[in-house]
Design a protein around this ligand. Structure first.
Ligand code: PHE
Length: 340
C-alpha cells in the first residue's frame, strides 16, 4: 500500500507540473485530494491494514497530501501572477500616472499694462477709438499743425511708404480721425491705444512701440481738467500717494504744452536710481489742443476747447515692473514673459 501511495503521489506531482492552466489544476486537486480522490481513497483503506502498520501509513498519507497540496498552490500562484502580468501588459492606460499637463500661456505684459490703462480711462468715462498703423501724412502730421517742412517733424523720424503715406509715428492722428468722425459733436472723449513706429533702436527705444493717446473736447475744458485727469491716472496706475508735475514743453498740436512727471514711486520723491536722483519720472506729453488743430477738423475754437495727451505703454510697463531693457519686451523669451 505504501508502494501504491508513493506511485499515486509521483503521478499527482507530475500532473501538477504538467498542468496547462488553473482549471486543469483544480481538476487535478479534485482527482487526488477530493472526496473520491486517489489519495483520499488510500486513507479510506486504513481499516484494512494491521494496527502496527497504521501509523506509518497514516504518516505517509499526510505527507503525500501535504506534498501535493503545496505543489498545487505554488503552481496556482504561478498561474495567477502570469494572468495578472498578461492583463497589465494589455492595459494601455495607467490611471495611477499623473496626466501630462499642457503648458499654460500667459498674457504679454504689454497687453496687461495696456488693459490697466484702458480700465482707468474707461472708469473716467472715456471710450476707445482706433486708427490705422499705415497712415496718411495728412493725419500723422499736417492736420496736427505740422505742415511739410515743419522742423518739428524731425522729432519723429519716420518710415515712409511714399511722400503721402507712412507708418504712424504716434497715436495723435487718431485725434484727427475722431474729430472728423464726431463731426462737430460734443463732448469728444476718447483714448486710443496702439502700435506706432519710429526710426529709433536702443535699450529704451524700439522701432515699434505702443502709445495710448487721450483726447477730450468740450465747452470750457481747461488746463486744470488736464492736470486733474492725469493726477487721477497717475494715482490709479502708480499708487495713491503719487503727485504729478507739469513742465513747459512744445508740441505743434498743443498750446500750451506740458511734459508730465510723476513723483517717484520707488523712493517717494527723495531721489533714487530709478528717478536718477530727481524724485520725478517723466511719463507723458500733453497740452491744450491747439486752436488750429480744432479748426482744421471742424471744431470752432471759440466754442470749445480740449486737452490731449500721449504716453508710451512700454515706458509705463518698464517703470512699473522694473524692466531695464525695452528689447526684452519683444525678444519672446518665455522665461521673461512668464516672470510677471
Ligand atoms: N504725440 C506726442 C508724442 O508722441 C505726445 C502727445 C500727445 C503730446 C498728445 C501732446 C498731446 O510725442
Amino acid at each position: 500500500m505504501l508502494e501504491e501511495l508513493k506511485q499515486i503521489e509521483a503521478e499527482a506531482l507530475a500532473a501538477v507540473a504538467n498542468a496547462a492552466d488553473a482549471e486543469q489544476l483544480t481538476e487535478i486537486k479534485v482527482a487526488y485530494l477530493g472526496k473520491k480522490g486517489k489519495i483520499t481513497a488510500v486513507s479510506r483503506q486504513m481499516g484494512q491494514v494491521s494496527p502496527e502498520e497504521r501509523p506509518a501509513l497514516g504518516a505517509a498519507v499526510n505527507q503525500a497530501k501535504g506534498a501535493v497540496e503545496t505543489a498545487i498552490s505554488s503552481r496556482m500562484a504561478e498561474f495567477r501572477s502570469a494572468q495578472m502580468a498578461a492583463a497589465l501588459a494589455e492595459e494601455t492606460i495607467d490611471i495611477s500616472l499623473p496626466g501630462t499637463s499642457l503648458p499654460r500661456g500667459s498674457r504679454h505684459i504689454l497687453s496687461v499694462v495696456q488693459e490697466q490703462m484702458e480700465d482707468i480711462f474707461i472708469g473716467l468715462g472715456y471710450s476707445i477709438a482706433e486708427g490705422p498703423q499705415v497712415e496718411y501724412d495728412y493725419y500723422n502730421f499736417e492736420a496736427l499743425n505740422l505742415p511739410p517742412e515743419h522742423p518739428a517733424r524731425d522729432m519723429q523720424d519716420s518710415f515712409y511708404f511714399s511722400e503721402k503715406m507712412l507708418l504712424r509715428t504716434h497715436t495723435s492722428p487718431v485725434q484727427v480721425r475722431t474729430m472728423e468722425r464726431m463731426a462737430g459733436q460734443l463732448p469728444v472723449k476718447v483714448i486710443s491705444p496702439g502700435v506706432v513706429y519710429r526710426r529709433d533702436d536702443d535699450a529704451t527705444h524700439s522701432p515699434m512701440f505702443h502709445q495710448v493717446e487721450g483726447l477730450l473736447i468740450d465747452k470750457h475744458v481747461t488746463f486744470a481738467d488736464l492736470s486733474g485727469t492725469l493726477l487721477e491716472f497717475a494715482r490709479q496706475m502708480f499708487g495713491e500717494d503719487r503727485e504729478i508735475r507739469l513742465r513747459p514743453s512744445y508740441f505743434p498740436f498743443t498750446e500750451p504744452s506740458a511734459e508730465v512727471d510723476i513723483s517717484c514711486f520707488a523712493c517717494g520723491g527723495k531721489g533714487c536710481r530709478l528717478c536718477k536722483g530727481s524724485g520725478w519720472i517723466e511719463i507723458l506729453g500733453s497740452g491744450e489742443v491747439h486752436p488750429k488743430v480744432l479748426a482744421m477738423s471742424g471744431y470752432d475754437p471759440e466754442q470749445c476747447s480740449g486737452f490731449a495727451f500721449g504716453m508710451g505703454i512700454e515706458r509705463v510697463a518698464m517703470l512699473k515692473y522694473g524692466i531695464t531693457d525695452m528689447r526684452l519686451l519683444f525678444d519672446n523669451d518665455i522665461r521673461f514673459l512668464h516672470s510677471f
